[in-house]
Design a protein around this ligand. Structure first.
Ligand code: HGY
Ligand code: MN
Ligand code: MN
Ligand code: MN
Length: 409
């Protein structure tokens, strides 16, 4: 039993048009017209595969295939369709489209698994619009709160709740998206690796053992704006000079640890005039490690040093947590099924750790979570040059099919 590799490849390529930036990438933020369009197209693919399609209260797109035993726990398989700004074509869509191909292959082979299967395209996995991610998987886990949807705003000041409302989803009913603990057998996701381990190991497919937990912080430094020409250097309370020192502390502290990574991806200078001393600076920190103790120790060291720098410069420092996601370990049984499925295709799939965060983190405390990786060319992702070959997409999708077949029976 194999997936339709040509159709999978054409569909991945075809989605590039939705949200194409003209710089080679795609931008598809949650609750936007681009996301609506891509969900409508993928809904059609789901129906073509014989799935019964609906969107839940938080906008997750779900295609269901009944099992032999209607009361049996459901097997969730999926990924996401939203993107980062000017992102690549594979981060998310590969997992959703491969899951659709897998159920289509079961249908074509006349195989009805014991457990029902649901293909899920989760809402806003990336968090690119609201700086708060995995909204759809939090909804399914039943942990998306009113505070989450009312405090996080996009660049235009629109809250998640308002954006949901505008897209036709009533956040007051979001708890209906939650699944009962005993209703789900487990979750499987195929995703691109977004790193170089598989490429260096000359392997097309990997099995994920653990997922690093992203901690997103927002630093705000309050200094004194002033005239660039008439204010002596001594005694300035320049928020950007303090920030520069803190950026180097981040690089040093994260760099001291074996697997910790720290990234400042967004930085705004206020008021932002050429001839005005920066009075306020806001920047984000994305800090990760597979070991949450190490991650949180590095967090504390960075904040302590940042406070000292700011005190010495007369700057007021404010640190807000945007999201704090715990690292997770993937389910051993699912890793074993993936190993078997990979062997069927003559693959000795290595065990890899995910530096990127994924939706399964939101419910790994409730249900078994398993992830497969497909090789990334040069490890590039979150970039227009993100690429996985047609052959690797097909191989990974076939291993996904083999895993679903084993786990859903
Ligand atoms: O940021 C991440 O780790 C993932 O791409 N959402
Ligand atoms: Mn991503
Ligand atoms: Mn992703
Ligand atoms: Mn993911």
């Amino acid at each position: 039993m194999n997936v339709n590799a040509d159709r999978l490849w054409q569909r991945i390529q075809g989605l590039h048009e939705i949200g194409a930036t003209g710089e080679g990438g795609v931008t598809r933020f949650s609750f936007t017209a681009e996301e609506r369009t891509v969900k409508d197209i993928v809904s059609g693919f789901m129906r073509d595969a014989g799935l019964v399609v609906h969107e839940d209260a938080v906008g997750n797109l779900i295609g269901r295939r009944e099992g032999l035993n209607p009361g049996a726990k459901v097997v969730l398989v999926g990924s996401h369709l939203d993107s980062v700004p000017n992102g690549g074509d594979f981060d998310g869509p590969l997992g959703v489209l491969a899951a659709i191909e897998a159920v289509a292959a079961l249908e074509a082979a006349g195989i009805r698994t014991k457990h029902p299967i649901e293909v899920v395209a989760f809402t806003d996995e990336e968090g690119a619009r609201f700086r708060f991610g995995m909204i759809g998987s939090r909804g399914i886990a039943g942990i998306l709160s009113d505070a989450d949807v009312d405090t996080h705003r996009d660049g235009n000041g629109i809250t998640i709740r308002e954006a949901m409302q505008a897209a036709g989803f009533d956040a007051s009913g979001m708890s209906s998206a939650a699944r009962e603990r005993d209703a789900v057998k487990g979750y499987i996701e195929l995703h691109i690796e977004q790193g170089k381990v598989l490429e260096q190991a000359l392997q097309p497919v990997g099995i994920v053992s653990g997922i690093a937990g992203p901690l997103w912080l927002k630093f705000t430094l309050h200094g004194d704006a002033g005239h660039a020409g008439t204010t002596p250097m001594k005694g300035r309370r320049d928020a950007l000079s303090a920030t520069a020192e803190i950026l180097l502390v981040i690089e040093q502290e994260a760099g001291l640890m074996k697997r910790t990574v720290g990234t400042v991806g967004q930085l705004q200078v206020h008021p932002g005039g050429v001839n005005i001393i920066p009075g306020r600076v806001e920047f984000t920190l994305d800090l990760r490690d597979v070991d949450v103790t190490v991650r949180d120790e590095v967090e504390q060291k960075i904040i302590t040093k940042a406070q000292t720098i700011c005190e010495e410069r007369g700057i007021l420092l404010q640190v807000d947590t945007l999201q704090r996601v715990a690292p997770v370990t993937c389910d051993e049984q699912l890793q074993g099924l993936m190993k078997e499925a990979a062997t069927e295709f003559g693959l000795d799939a290595p065990i890899v750790v995910s530096g990127a965060g994924h939706d399964g983190m939101q419910f790994a405390d409730k249900w078994p979570v398993g992830m497969l990786f497909a090789r990334s060319k040069n490890g590039v992702s979150h970039h227009p040059d993100e690429y996985t070959s047609k052959e690797d997409c097909a191989l990974a999708a076939n291993v996904l099919l083999g895993t679903i077949f084993r786990f859903a029976n």
